[in-house]
Design a protein around this ligand. Structure first.
Ligand code: NAP
Length: 284
């Protein structure tokens, strides 16, 4: 496909790389040009001088930027240059309201906007093993599914515009509670004089098992947090979740509490620490 990828961060850089390696005619754009140049040197695609230039003539426009305002800015610049029939796939974790607004604006131009947030982290992006949850027109998704499938192990259509983002919110609710539970278990083991590695070995084959346990138990016990999914991003995501819950009446008691714990981690200097740094709060 003729495609563009906007936003070459931790996630976008390897995702765009998979598209280029699959043989799509790809143009990339990043706010800080040096990243785009580094990407082009590695993958051989074209760096575009502007977003408008990148999306011109494209059937697929993928983006993975930071938050709502970034998506708004990218779409304001891209919209006038979008080819009729183009499908925009937004991998940013953003609000459901933004997704509905952008889907409506795109439809008015004869294009499609799919909200398609991802789960699986940096490793999932690098290995092409992301889970993608998609809201928007199902036929538009089918047109781009083979292309975006190069960086996914699962692509699930959820419903109309915004439902991809709502699904990602449910994902973050699950993660918040599980990470806090794991942090408390590691803390408890330290106080009880147990060997954390031995405890993990004993309980990780049973009902307590989780991705967080498999991947974060050891680093929590070591007090190592300088990697992974940043606390600032998690607070952005939990802010989206709690806003949505305020309007739909969902009771998210643990999520709201864990959000405040993350605020404490930020105050400890942990804005860029991995989300498992809830353990650092207990280890103080
Ligand atoms: P990141 O490393 O900060 O990357 C964001 C990229 O978007 C940066 O390269 C940034 O450019 C670019 N960008 C931002 N605004 C832009 C704009 N207006 N125009 C052009 N480029 C723009 O973040 P990330 O970790 O890749 O995360 C991206 C999104 O995926 C976020 O919504 C995040 O919540 C979500 N996500 C992340 C993970 C993860 O593990 N990291 C997992 C799942 C979902 P600069 O180089 O100028 O900063």
């Amino acid at each position: 496909m003729r495609a563009a990828f906007i936003g070459l961060g931790v996630m976008g850089y390897p995702m765009a790389g998979h598209l280029a390696r699959a043989g799509h005619q790809l143009a990339v754009f990043n706010r800080t040009p040096a990243k785009a140049e580094r990407w082009a040197a590695e993958y051989g695609g074209r760096t575009a001088p502007s977003i408008a230039d990148a999306v011109k003539g494209c059937e697929l426009v993928a983006l993975c930027v930071g938050r709502d305002d970034d998506v708004r800015q990218v779409m304001a610049e891209a919209a006038p240059s979008l080819e009729p029939g183009a499908v925009v796939v937004d991998h940013t974790t953003a609000s459901a309201r933004l997704a509905r607004e952008e889907a409506e604006a795109a439809a008015a131009r004869g294009c499609w906007f799919l909200d398609a947030p991802v789960s699986g982290g940096q490793a999932g992006a690098e290995n092409g093993q992301l889970s993608i949850m998609v809201g928007g027109d199902p036929a538009a998704l089918e047109r781009v599914r083979p292309a975006i499938g190069v960086y996914a192990k699962a692509i699930q259509h959820m419903g109309g515009p915004g439902t991809g983002q709502l699904t990602k919110m449910a994902n973050q609710v699950c993660i918040a509670g599980v990470v806090q539970g794991l942090a408390e278990a590691v803390h408890f083991c330290a106080r009880a004089g147990l060997d954390p590695a031995l405890v993990c070995q004993a309980i990780s084959k049973g009902a307590a098992q989780s991705w967080q346990m498999d991947n974060r138990w050891a680093t929590m016990a070591e007090g190592r947090f300088d990697f992974g999914f940043a606390v600032d991003w998690m607070r952005k995501d939990l802010g989206l979740v709690l806003d949505e819950a305020r309007s739909n009446g969902a009771r998210l008691e643990v999520t709201a509490l864990v959000d405040q714990f993350y605020a404490e981690v930020q105050a400890m200097g942990g804005r860029r620490w991995d989300t498992s740094s809830l353990a650092a709060r207990l280890q103080r």
